[in-house]
Design a protein around this ligand. Structure first.
Ligand code: ATP
Length: 306
């Protein structure tokens, strides 16, 4: 069963269509939902939580219908909103215990879960200080903790890295990855930065102006775009000519003895080796490159990344 499935999901606000005919399946694991500001990410998340009804179309979360099973969905799903929503004059412990109690946990269980969750997000030492004195990174962690405290099966995280400096971003991304890896909780995380989602997501969905652009597994996307940089000691043009004759797709650049070969299958690796041996030239390197999704999602190019 997919974590999330939608069929023709559409939501309009007057003349604005925030989501348009979105049909997509998201697997369990970490899914990155990417789109520019205003692309419709927050609207999508609110519909999934059963907080906002769609104009048309359907959506399910863990097999539950977003329109009719909203209450049940909020029991098994955690939500970290984008906006600042924390009271400044209570401590993280007080706030998280309160949220745990609101979700129906008895007081002693709520206290225990709060301590565990705050430890997990790295706020255990600071847990009795008022939230008002926290840094942005710490406040983001409190928001994350309240999404996790009732032990959900899935969490929806809306722009969790917003406002963080590079080190804070790295820590938050690492934490998100661990939520899935250590606890088996599925994650849908939104960002306007594809590069950061690419680092942690198993699957990427991108939307633009409410319309689905891509839905792809991260591994398949990077494998599909495999390229290899080949450098030989001499007779570069002859090597290229032979490879062309064998049906390989080769792109040459300014350097006579280095070129880029598309890896359409493993055969091409053997072809390079045998051509080099046949011509008696030395092989300096065969370096497999990896296209970043960032490039694939814009214009495919033949640049290589180590
Ligand atoms: N309650 C509302 N009333 C009117 N328009 C809305 C409402 N909520 C969202 N919109 C519009 O719908 C579009 C999508 O907004 P949404 O907040 O879902 O985008 P987003 O991708 O989450 O962007 P951001 O990261 O900036 O929040 C925008 O054009 C926005 O102005």
């Amino acid at each position: 069963m997919p974590a999330i499935a939608t069929q023709g999901l559409t939501r309009s606000f007057g003349p604005v269509t925030a989501l348009s005919q979105l049909t997509v399946e998201m697997p369990t694991g970490v899914v990155g939902l990417v789109g520019a500001n205003g692309a419709g990410k927050s609207t999508f998340i609110k519909i999934l939580l059963g907080l906002l009804p769609p104009t048309s179309g359907t959506a399910t979360v863990l097999g539950l219908d977003c329109l009719s099973d909203g209450l049940k969905i909020r029991e098994v799903v955690g939500y970290m909103p984008e906006s600042e929503c924390l009271p400044p004059d209570v401590s993280a412990t007080e706030f998280i215990v309160h949220m745990a109690r609101m979700s129906g946990l008895p007081t002693d269980v709520a206290r225990e879960r709060t301590a565990d969750t705050l430890r997990h997000v790295g706020l255990y030492e600071e847990r009795y200080r008022p939230i008002g004195g926290y840094s942005t990174g710490m406040r983001q962690r409190v928001k994350l903790a309240q999404a996790l405290v009732h032990d959900p099966q899935l969490v929806l995280l809306d722009e969790p890295t917003n406002g963080l400096d590079p080190a804070g971003r790295d820590d938050m991304l690492e934490l998100i990855r661990r939520i899935s890896a250590d606890f088996g909780i599925s994650v849908v995380v939104t960002s306007h930065l594809l590069g950061e989602l690419e680092r942690i997501a198993d699957h990427i969905v991108s939307i633009e102006a409410g319309v689905l652009q891509h839905s792809t597994s991260t591994a398949a996307a990077t494998e599909f775009s495999g390229m290899m940089l080949v450098e030989v000691t001499d007779r570069g043009p002859e090597v290229v000519e032979r490879l062309h004759a064998l049906g390989a797709k080769v792109t040459t650049g300014a350097q006579a003895h280095s070129f880029v070969v598309a890896i359409k299958d493993e055969q091409v690796l053997d072809d390079v080796r045998s051509v080099v041996v046949d011509l008696g030239v030395g092989l300096i390197r065969m370096q497999r490159g990896r296209h970043h999704l960032t490039e694939m999602f814009s214009t495919p190019q033949e640049a290589l990344h180590g």
